[in-house]
Design a protein around this ligand. Structure first.
Ligand code: SF4
Length: 167
């Protein structure tokens, strides 16, 4: 595995910082720590082919790790409840501005068994009576009603695999 270069980290930092600002999120202003986390994301990208959470152990199977591809499914509720995501890569506005302190963040991701159970339950759930299913982009919240999710989110450019069935 090739080493991650400072220039690669700089590029990712710039990209995520811009995306965060335009979507109302904040990267952790502790630059050294944030760069370490970005290094972890880039290493996971190299290792698995997708940027899974640097603070969690990925399975290496994308389908099973979709919920922990950064930004993970747990970012928004953790920001809401604790002022930071599990890794503290993203922090609330108050924390970013130094007005609040992030609290310690318990792991919100369910165990593997629970995740599998929920997946099965979702499969069995009654299909809504709407003429078309509604899809939600898990990255930016964009919603659309169509047969299948779009290939790329028109708002944040996340890939098709980041969409979930909303209704
Ligand atoms: S948003 Fe935070 S906790 Fe979630 S995957 Fe990214 S770095 Fe990890």
């Amino acid at each position: 595995m090739a080493d991650i270069t400072p220039a690669e980290i700089d590029r990712l930092y710039e990209k995520l910082d811009k995306e965060a600002a335009s979507a109302g999120y904040n990267l952790n202003p502790e630059k050294a720590m944030t760069r370490e986390l970005l290094n972890g994301l880039l290493m996971n990208q190299q290792r698995y082919g997708y940027p899974s959470c640097p603070c969690r152990l990925a399975s290496g199977k994308k389908e099973a790790d979709l919920d922990i591809i950064c930004p993970c499914d747990y970012r928004d509720p953790d920001l809401e409840d604790f002022g930071a995501c599990y890794c503290s890569l993203y922090v609330s506005k108050g924390v970013a501005e130094g007005k609040e302190k992030a609290r310690s963040i318990p792991e919100r991701r369910p165990s593997r068994d629970k995740r599998l159970k929920v997946k099965e339950e979702k499969k069995e759930a009654t299909i809504s009576s709407l003429p078309l299913p509604v899809w939600r982009c898990k990255v930016c919240g964009y919603l659309c009603a169509r047969e299948v999710p779009p290939g790329v989110c028109p708002i944040c450019k996340a890939g098709k695999e980041r969409f979930e069935r909303f209704i």
